[in-house]
Design a protein around this ligand. Structure first.
Ligand SMILES: *[C@@H]1O[C@H](CO)[C@@H](O)[C@H](O)[C@H]1NC(C)=O
Length: 238
């Protein structure tokens, strides 16, 4: 359904907690409908309200931020067993040369412009391959971006996937390929079950053990892996 606001019409999409989740912004309240729930969320959290979790049976309304694909180690709503529904707003679509090497991928309202490798390469070759089309290895410096990465890696590449994250000096400080250090709060859901690291200075999303799907792992930069490129301007447009 659509919600009319001053500037534009914001459409909400709906999903179950198994499909999409979000971070709660605050206490729940009771609302007679999803529409009233969402409007109150916008009033209370004008800049951060991007979704609501609503229960048609209890009328419980919980304000939420940007939706993302489920990430196991993250405490998010709705609880996938609750039967509550998440209604989320679509995020702006980044610029994307879809007549070139790039395709738009969609997960829980976030769209990413990506090029997926068609063969394996080591880190340095992968960086070069991306650069040839004005792009770089995917940077997952937010929870939403981590969920986009996993979604594409699991669903489309279906193999261990290099990400644009590297231990530049070999001292366990990991930097994204845009030069920004990985935030402390990302450690819990980036490393997942692989928190005891080996000595590799590059990083992959590891699939082989399905129990550990949310684990990134350090690897030798010369290991051959699949990878994902994203144009600089698509990242900067966020
Ligand atoms: C889109 O990609 C194609 C193929 O790589 C290229 O020839 C074209 O110049 C690109 N267009 C833009 C606007 O970058």
């Amino acid at each position: 359904f659509g919600v009319k606001s001053e500037k534009n019409t914001a459409y909400l999409s709906r999903a179950t907690g198994q499909e999409c989740q979000t971070l709660g912004l605050g206490e729940s309240w009771l609302s007679e409908s999803v529409l009233v729930c969402y409007l109150k969320c916008l009033l209370r959290y004008p800049t951060t309200c991007q979704s609501v979790v609503y229960s048609a049976t209890t009328k419980s309304c919980t304000p939420g931020s940007v939706a993302f694909g489920p990430l196991e180690p993250v405490t998010s709503i709705p609880d996938s067993s609750s039967g509550d529904t998440i209604y989320y707003k679509r995020q702006p679509t980044p610029p994307c040369n879809i007549s070139g090497d790039f395709t738009l991928y969609d997960i829980c309202g976030t769209t990413a412009c990506l090029h997926l490798s068609s063969s394996k390469a080591d880190y340095f070759q992968a960086v070069q391959n991306c650069q040839q089309s004005k792009s770089r290895l995917f940077i997952a410096d937010t929870m939403v971006r981590v969920s986009v990465f996993w979604h594409v890696s699991l669903k489309y590449l279906n193999d261990d996937t290099l990400i644009g994250l590297r231990d530049l000096a070999g001292d366990n400080w990991f930097f994204w390929d845009n030069g920004v250090v990985m935030a402390m709060e990302q450690r819990s859901y980036i490393w997942g079950d692989f928190s005891s690291r080996k000595n590799g200075n590059c990083v992959e999303a590891k699939h082989s053990d399905s129990q550990k799907r949310y684990g990134f792992d350090d690897v030798d930069c010369m290991d051959m892996k699949q990878y994902i490129c994203e144009p600089y301007d698509a990242y900067d447009a966020e």
